[in-house]
Design a protein around this ligand. Structure first.
Ligand SMILES: [Zn+2]
Length: 312
């Protein structure tokens, strides 16, 4: 099987590996910091990383996962996590010319969904979605065995559906979005707001001035901290409403959950979401929930699968 280069382009690092897209196995590894000096330098660095990983040109195609909105043709229109990326950049065209190879570009969460679908928890399901609960909440959708990104790249963005009418302000500026309740940043903002208002809690005590990490959330739950338990109840409800609705609307038999918060809270958290009275849909078991299997390598593996799909 031809190997394909998978690149995980993040806000702080660029990681590339040679991946067999049929098995998800990978070899070779080049990792470099992401330049802070704008997209031209970032793309030049991606090309250098590919040259270094594959000097003999064993791989004919390159897939790249990017933390931003990506159009069908590989133009990255919005990329807030990379410094200086303030206008659309045709990443696919620029890099395919520079590298003289087929280049496919996708959103990082979407390519993570592809990795779960082909070589992770979603194997055997033609229709499925993934929901990654980390700082924010991202999602990816696979229908008929193909990634559905949408013309504007917004398909599967489940974090920004409204679950609480008139509720908390989301990172995107909207009100009552699921991410404001289930994402780590939304949870942190609410825990700090309550702490400052006199509702002291274990999350803020553990984190001090630092970030409220997923491990602190786990500890505060174990300590039965009342504010934390309330915040987690709300997170469970927001996830149950949105995932149950999505599964009903699209007839999805299975949804994969991953990301830092889910990795920490594990199967118990999934069971709570699944058994929540807010988990809507026809019947009580509209879809199964599974933990993600591809953890740190979902980005490179999924990017390579995207490129493999694009060249068939
Ligand atoms: Zn939002």
């Amino acid at each position: 099987m031809t190997k394909i280069i998978g690149v995980d382009l993040g806000g702080t690092k660029i990681l590339a590996r040679m991946v067999d897209p049929t098995t998800g196995e990978s070899k070779g590894r080049v990792k470099r910091p992401t330049p802070k000096t704008g997209p031209a330098d970032v793309l030049a660095k991606v090309a250098d990383v590919v040259d270094e990983l594959d000097p003999d040109r064993q791989c004919e195609a390159v897939g790249i996962g990017v933390p931003g909105l990506v159009t069908q043709s590989g133009v990255v229109t919005l990329c807030p996590n990379i410094n200086g990326w303030d206008s659309p950049v045709d990443v696919a065209s620029i890099l395919s010319e520079r590298l003289d190879r087929t280049v496919a570009v996708g959103n990082d969460v979407n390519v993570g969904a592809l990795a779960e679908h082909r070589v992770g928890a979603g194997r055997g399901f033609s229709d499925m979605a993934t929901v990654f609960v980390g700082t924010g909440v991202g999602g990816g959708l696979v229908l008929n065995d193909r990634l559905v990104a949408g013309d504007r790249g917004m398909a599967g963005e489940i974090g920004h559906v409204t679950t609480h009418v008139g509720g908390r302000t989301c990172g995107c500026g909207g009100k009552g979005h699921m991410e404001a309740y289930a994402g780590r940043a939304g949870l942190e903002a609410e825990a700090r707001r309550r702490h400052a208002a006199g509702d002291e809690n274990e999350l803020v005590r553990l984190a001090g001035e630092g970030r409220i990490k997923s491990s602190f959330i786990e500890k505060a739950i174990k300590a039965n901290d009342p504010v934390t338990l309330e915040l987690i109840d709300e997170a469970v409800e927001a996830l149950a409403i949105s995932i149950g609705s999505m599964a009903t609307l699209l007839d999805l038999p299975m949804v994969v959950l991953g990301g830092g918060v889910v990795d920490r809270l594990g199967q118990d958290f999934l069971d709570r979401i699944h058994s929540s009275p807010s988990f809507g849909g026809f019947g009580s078991h509209v879809c199964e929930l599974r933990l993600a299997q591809r953890l740190d390598d979902a980005g490179v593996v999924g990017a390579a699968i995207l490129a493999a799909d694009a060249s068939t």
